[in-house]
Design a protein around this ligand. Structure first.
Ligand code: HEM
Length: 261
């Protein structure tokens, strides 16, 4: 016989071992809080900040990837309002991960220099999740593929993202299914849901660009514009070039059409 809902809920509060589910066990806090392992000897007081901002960013990247997959599914299902709701959440997450950079702005250069050597050749440029986000959002150009190959085989997570259609492609397909052009969705009031989705995607790009911009500012503020990165790039000179990359070039271009002639 099926359990009644309340009984089922009560038994669900116990794990299969019979242990009570607590705040700490549900969130795996013991494991989570053991994962911050400063390498400096003696431990530098600012290394914990550096580790936690990076780890927290990777957690948010994990959620952004999860939500982007959901957004892709909704676009494939041609669910405009669902996609709009989804892109709003993605944008909120991108703002959070960008906001976190400000915590590292409190790290003065001379103090970072005191423990930077302990990072070895580790660098944010090896972040598989960041590359998967870029791939899922639509980066396919030659330079991007070169960057992916810099650390050997392309990671499976990134390969999966590359195998999916880009957000721009899915948005184009959605417009084709509605038999409208990008220009029409801005010009015709009854196309407002599609216009709002286009704006949501544009905001995603803007938010992502804001992360890139503030990250370069942070890099220059801490290691200066002329210092090479631990990942072996030209540091901020390399990062500056990434700021102008676009996931949705058409969404930017269409605006110009209203100012011609
Ligand atoms: C003290 C603060 C930071 C400094 C000095 C710094 C420095 C750098 C530098 C120099 C690069 C270029 C690659 C290299 O040669 O290493 C880079 C790339 C990168 N960093 Fe940071 N970073 C900092 C904080 C962060 C944080 C908090 C994150 C969040 C995860 C992050 C994620 C990344 C990513 C994803 C890249 C690759 C960007 C791209 O290729 O477009 N960084 N960082």
């Amino acid at each position: 016989m099926k359990e009644k809902p309340r009984k089922a809920a009560a038994s669900a509060t116990r794990k299969s071992t019979g242990e009570e589910v607590t705040y700490a066990s549900y969130l795996a806090l013991e494991e989570l809080l053991r994962l911050q392992r400063p390498r400096s000897q003696p431990e530098h007081p600012d290394e914990l900040l550096f580790i936690i901002v990076h780890q927290a960013s990777e957690l948010w990247f994990k959620l952004i990837l999860h939500e982007l997959k959901g957004l892709i599914d909704l676009l494939e299902a041609r669910d405009t309002l669902g996609a709009l709701t989804s892109v709003k959440r993605v944008n909120a997450l991108v703002h959070i991960v960008t906001g976190q950079l400000s915590a590292l702005e409190t790290l003065p250069p001379q103090r970072f220099a005191q423990f930077r050597g302990y990072l070895g050749t580790s660098s944010g440029s090896q972040s598989v999740q960041f590359r998967a986000i870029e791939a899922m959002s639509g980066m396919r150009d030659e330079h991007f593929i070169q960057v992916l190959k810099q650390h050997g085989e392309i990671a499976p997570l990134v390969k999966q993202a590359l195998a999916k259609p880009t957000l721009q492609q899915l948005f184009d397909d959605l417009l084709a299914a509605h038999n409208v052009t990008l220009e029409q969705i801005y010009a015709e009031p009854h196309q407002r849901p599609l216009q709002m989705l286009a704006e949501g995607l544009l905001e995603y790009e803007q938010g992502f660009g804001m992360w890139r911009f503030l990250h370069v500012q942070l890099v220059e503020r801490i290691i200066g514009p002329g210092t090479t990165g631990t990942g072996g790039t030209l540091g901020s000179k390399y990062l500056q070039k990434t700021i102008s990359q676009r996931f949705f070039p058409k969404l930017w271009e269409v605006r110009g059409k209203f100012f011609q002639g």
